[in-house]
Design a protein around this ligand. Structure first.
Ligand code: SAM
Length: 257
């Protein structure tokens, strides 16, 4: 393995051990208008869905967003540290398992949701295959994933400055913009019914905010001194402008079996 290749399995295990709950800490404060990306994803789930599986659930924000009488929301993740936090925050059930081998019977789930999971669990084709297997006919996959647009000119300036300090971009194990997703869905007997985009913003008002958002990024092969430099850039901007918005463009994808 060259020094630039990433052992994602090991990197993710360590990242989510050290920083359990950090995705939720950032995304629950990311807003488009008055709502978080979790609320946006929850809106794609029918009120009649009785059994929902939240894939790569992390600290469990979607389970809480989706809770309603008569519904079971199962949170599944590979990280025991994320699940320990999830269990402190909500009733579960919480299951430690690999999204590539779901411990459920065929056609037993009404809806599968995933916030950020489809760009993390790889290969995507195997995840979708598993999702299609456990969904009942007519069942729905609803997911949100990071995207490269929409971005305004000011967003581009801030993100370019951050990436310049990092000398890289935040990375994910999966392809940017989920290349090949539509083809994968079709191969698994699923049909896309929505592909929408939304710009969320995380407002930075202090150095602590800057540290939080920068610590939430997957940056394998990036020295901490570079992250520090990006934090310093954000802190300097906050001193000048009081608030700095970091844009988080997101995509919501919905497919039906
Ligand atoms: C970016 S976090 C998203 C967490 C949560 N869905 C949220 O949006 O706050 C990605 C999650 O994927 C989990 N994960 C990574 N590989 C996995 C796998 N093979 N199976 C299940 N979960 C996995 C990580 O442990 C982590 O909790």
């Amino acid at each position: 393995m060259s020094s630039d290749e990433v052992n994602w399995r090991a990197y993710l295990a360590e990242f989510h051990r050290e920083r359990a709950g950090i995705a939720e800490a950032v995304l629950s404060r990311a807003l488009a208008g008055d709502h978080s990306p979790y609320r946006w994803l929850a809106r794609a789930v029918s009120a009649t869905a009785g059994t929902v599986l939240d894939l790569a659930c992390g600290s469990g924000p979607m389970s809480r967003e989706l809770a309603q009488p008569g519904r079971t929301v199962i949170g599944l993740d590979l990280s025991e540290y994320e699940l320990a936090l999830a269990a402190e925050r909500g009733p579960g059930p919480w299951i430690r398992a690999d999204a590539l081998q779901l411990p459920f019977r065929d056609a037993s789930i009404d809806v599968v949701t995933s916030s950020m999971g489809l760009v993390v669990v790889q290969p995507l084709s195997r995840v979708v295959e598993e999702v299609a297997r456990v969904l009942r006919p007519g069942g729905v996959l609803a997911a949100i994933a990071p995207a490269i647009r929409p971005l305004g000119p000011r967003d581009v300036r801030v993100l370019t400055s951050i990436n310049g300090r990092l000398r890289t971009k935040p990375q994910f194990p999966g392809p940017v913009e989920l290349t090949g997703f539509a083809k994968t869905l079709a191969q698994c007997g699923m049909r896309p019914v929505e592909d929408a985009r939304e710009r969320y913003r995380f407002s930075i008002r202090s150095r602590a905010d800057a540290e939080l958002v920068m610590s939430a990024l997957y940056l394998p092969n990036t020295r901490w001194s570079r992250v520090e430099s990006a934090i310093q850039y954000l802190e300097d901007r906050v001193k000048k402008h009081d608030v700095v918005d970091v844009a988080i463009p997101m995509r919501r994808l919905v497919a039906i079996k």
